[in-house]
Ligand binder design. Structure first.
Ligand code: SAH
Length: 460
């Protein structure tokens, strides 16, 4: 009973609170004693009347009933976008979003790595922080008898229908509507998640920001696609940018969007884009950063931090289609790339040829395994670049890297928490110091934080 007594609120309570902080998920934080209440659409310094909607042991969630005092840095926001989590920071002025992200990095370094003194530079932001996403992946559902695309309501499986996604390239929003109309006209059935029935699960559109080439991926529950190729041809006729229509088959009852099997329904198996002057072929299963312009800033920062020399040997770990390594290959002697998705490595090899780059070697596999093999083969990189997914590096990867004794490690991260954890290990096990951090805003209006860190060994 004791714990219960410590919980100061119950469901449906209404009270006035002052918001003190913004959580890493973009929720306003109010405190009753030491008990935090997370409030949607509330910013620090605001005084709000709230209603408690959910109570857990250590914290509660609330919604705003009305604003007694609004923050100076509040800007007009679309409620739909906040509710879906497409743009959970849209109500915060952009310059304050950039400060919020810089603080997230500082906090992680302080709390997780015990490195409060490392300089964290100002977040590099966008001039126009919307309409930037070069990729859309939207669920398809039948709503009021019609095929609709939209976005999941936060923490739920309800699709809120939507046509203006705000942060996506407008060309993608337009294309989505045309694709939906064509699918409707062929009476294609939407997926029903609860019953695991129906056919079309997701529509994915990928768009080359510079090339203007478009790939449409139709994710289906079954392999057999009645009139699939005819539909794909119609899509290509209606949208001149389309160079590829793919079918991806995902038969599983799962939240994971893509399945393993891909078929070409129309055109090529890849689309192209350009980054820092190089051209890239990108296939459906391959990762490609969603904000092209900011990715260029991110890579430029990473390359600048590496301070490359002509005889350097560089490892590009988690290389995807090769973009980081190929952007710097002409400055150095040799690049080794490793990536776990075979299609991405096939793209990387093509991309090296496409850009007349010969001093690269690619290996499919888990970075932690391949790094160990390279270390045993006595490959000695001066610079190791890493760009892992949110879960960060495996400890065995860190061990293999330390054993190779590179001068510098340039760490590109989309998760400050795992970044900080890994940096602490590099320091403890290998004597690497984190010199500086640069956050780059790849995801304006959202709470996602991307950053680059430079680690080096103090010269003895
Ligand atoms: N550097 C690339 C890709 C970064 S995303 C770019 O900037 O575009 C991270 C990549 O790591 C993805 O391509 C993912 O497929 C890959 N990956 C995930 N786990 C991996 C592992 N254990 N070993 C190697 N690559 C992995």
């Amino acid at each position: 009973m004791k714990e219960k007594e410590m919980i100061p609120v119950k469901k449906n309570d209404v009270l006035e609170v002052t918001i003190e902080d913004l959580s890493y998920e973009g929720l306003g934080v109010a405190k009753l004693g030491r008990f935090p209440i997370f409030v949607e659409n509330a910013l620090p310094e605001e005084i709000v009347n709230i209603k408690i909607v959910k109570v857990l042991k250590k914290f509660a969630f609330a919604i705003v009933l009305d604003y007694v005092k609004k923050a100076k840095n509040r800007v007009e926001a679309d409620k739909k976008l906040l509710q879906t989590g497409i743009a959970p920071l849209q109500h915060l002025a952009y310059e304050d979003q950039l400060i919020f992200k810089q603080k997230q990095v500082k906090k992680a370094l302080e709390k997780i790595a015990n490195l409060p003194e490392v300089p964290v530079l100002n977040t590099l932001g966008m001039e126009k922080p919307f309409g930037y996403r070069n990729k859309a992946q939207v669920p398809v559902r039948k709503i009021e008898g019609e095929l609709k695309t939209g976005f999941f309501r936060k923490n739920s499986h309800d699709v809120i229908p939507m046509t203006d996604f705000y942060i996506q390239e407008p060309k993608i929003d337009e294309a989505l509507q045309k694709v939906v109309e064509i699918l409707q006209s062929f009476n294609v059935k939407a997926y029903n998640e609860a019953q695991h029935e129906g056919f079309l699960r997701h529509i994915i559109i990928r768009y080359g920001h510079y090339s203007h080439e478009m790939m449409v991926i139709l994710v289906t529950r079954k392999d057999k696609f009645f009139r699939g190729e005819i539909i794909a041809k119609k899509i290509a006729e209606a949208i001149p940018e389309v160079v590829s229509v793919m079918q991806n088959v995902n038969e599983d009852k799962t939240n994971v969007i893509l399945g393993k099997v891909n078929h070409v329904l129309y055109g090529k198996e890849t689309y192209r884009d350009t980054l820092l002057g190089n051209t890239y072929e990108i296939s459906a299963p391959s990762f490609y950063q969603v904000n092209t312009k900011q990715t260029e800033k991110l890579y430029e920062t990473a390359i600048d931090f590496a301070d490359l020399k002509a005889d350097d040997i560089v490892v590009d770990a988690y290389c995807g289609i090769g973009t980081i390594g190929l952007s710097l290959a002409k400055k150095v002697a040799k690049v080794y790339g490793v990536e776990v998705v075979p299609e991405a490595i096939a793209d990387a090899k093509k991309n090296a040829l496409l850009n007349d780059i010969e001093n690269v070697t690619y290996q499919v596999g888990k970075a932690e395994d391949v790094m160990k093999k390279w270390q045993e083969k006595n490959i000695k990189p001066n610079v190791v670049m890493v760009d892992p997914p949110r879960k960060g590096l495996a400890e065995s990867f860190i061990d293999a890297t330390i054993a190779m004794n590179p001068e510098k490690i340039v760490y590109v991260s989309c998760n400050p928490a795992t970044f900080a954890r890994d940096v602490a290990l590099f320091k403890e096990k290998g004597g690497y110091e984190l010199e500086k951090m640069q956050p780059v805003d790849l995801f304006p209006q959202t709470t996602h934080v991307e950053c680059v860190g430079l680690l080096s060994k103090k010269k003895k």
